[in-house]
Design a protein around this ligand. Structure first.
Ligand code: NDP
Length: 336
């Protein structure tokens, strides 16, 4: 059994030295357990946080631990009721070929899920993040202007498309021309702007003549700075992520503008609410049912980037934090 472990903690952006590929043997399978073979491993921005020892909503990983991650696995052998050899499961077995589980962290996807890897994206954690973050916190209304960052990733692409289904005008923000074109031509956004453009703030202001009613925040930094002056009274800001800051080692250069932000929060009666998707897991199936229907009807489109092999995972995660992925990043670890 091969596994990728956390070899050292990154300072700033992770490097391949922070990971180590190891060979270990698995213990004997006991009653009440299943043996799983990893087919797909999800790579997600939160993994960067777990590599540091800063206090956060989840405990940091310990050095030498197997890298954490959502997985889609096949059951190889089962000593657990409700699971049979050959079943597909959604699990959390991390960056390794095989794992043993007592079933507590598994969702049985049955023998024939239509596209198994979708359970790591639009029909899984990122999809429900978009669903609850936008519908419950963003509370979109017909005719409102929604701005969504990281617009072609699994969260952002889903947010924008749900926004369109709710009758919003949707402006995406993404890195580069190719991603922006995809957001408009394939995902049906009204516009998509490249945050790397020198005049991004001016472009955003021109794109939102009636201001911004909902900003779905996934990146922070310069994008947020450009959004802030455009927010309307009673705007909602679901704070889902701040990826531009995940590799940061110091605070951004001053002056400190917190008091300006707080003045806007007060005078514009802004609602800024952070959320962690764990809090909605009791409603996982409700969201996935609706998302499956939308995907089945072609109302929500979804793009995956699949990289091959466990050995490719470190470079792929490093690239994700720099915006090199195009679509949901998944590693094919083993054969189906
Ligand atoms: P994505 O596939 O969208 O990958 C991250 C994207 O962020 C990159 O592709 C890149 O897109 C963009 N990005 C990276 N650095 C910067 C930067 N400096 N400035 C602007 N954009 C940048 O990931 P996900 O869809 O999985 O996740 C999106 C966000 O949602 C993340 O912040 C993540 O942490 C958060 N999240 C939060 C959850 C929660 O429970 N709160 C749950 C799941 C995700 P581009 O090239 O377009 O700039």
């Amino acid at each position: 059994n091969r596994r990728q472990v956390l070899a050292s903690r990154p300072e700033g952006a992770p490097t391949t030295d922070n990971f180590r590929l190891e060979e270990v043997s698995l213990p004997q399978l006991k009653a009440g357990e299943v043996l799983l073979r990893t087919v797909y491993l999800s790579l997600d921005p939160y993994m960067r946080g777990r590599m540091s020892d800063t206090k956060s909503y989840a405990d940091p990983m310990v050095l030498g631990d197997t890298m954490v991650g959502g997985t889609v696995n096949r059951v190889v052998e089962s000593h657990l009721e409700g699971f049979e050899a050959g079943d597909w499961v959604l699990g959390y077995s991390g960056w390794q070929d095989y794992a043993i589980s007592d079933g507590a962290d598994l969702v049985n996807l049955g023998k024939n899920p239509s596209v198994p890897s979708y359970s790591l994206g639009v029909l899984g954690m990122p999809g429900i993040t978009a669903y609850f973050g936008l519908l419950e916190i963003g509370a979109p209304k017909k005719g409102e202007t929604l701005v969504v960052a990281a617009a072609t990733g699994p969260v952002g692409a889903t947010v924008g498309q749900i926004g369109k289904l709710q009758g919003c005008r949707v402006i995406g923000v993404a890195g580069g021309e190719q991603k922006c074109r995809y957001a408009v031509e394939e995902l049906g956004f009204d516009l998509c702007l490249d945050h790397r453009a020198g005049d991004f703030a001016e472009q955003l202001a021109a794109a939102c003549p009636g201001g911004i009613d909902i900003y779905f925040e996934s990146v922070g930094g310069k994008v947020f700075d450009s959004v802030m002056p455009l927010l309307n009274d009673f705007a909602r800001i679901p704070v889902c992520g701040l990826i531009s800051q995940y590799n940061a080692t110091t605070l951004p250069e001053g002056p400190d503008r917190t008091s300006l932000l707080m003045r806007d929060v007060l005078t514009k009666r802004l609602k800024i609410q952070g959320f962690i998707i764990f809090d909605y897991y009791a409603r996982f199936h409700e969201a996935v049912r609706t998302l499956s229907q939308w995907v089945g009807e072609g109302k929500i489109k979804y793009l995956e980037e699949v990289v091959e092999g466990l050995e490719a995972a470190p470079d792929a995660l490093i690239g994700l934090l720099e915006g090199q992925n195009f679509g949901k990043l998944v590693v094919r670890v083993g054969t189906e």
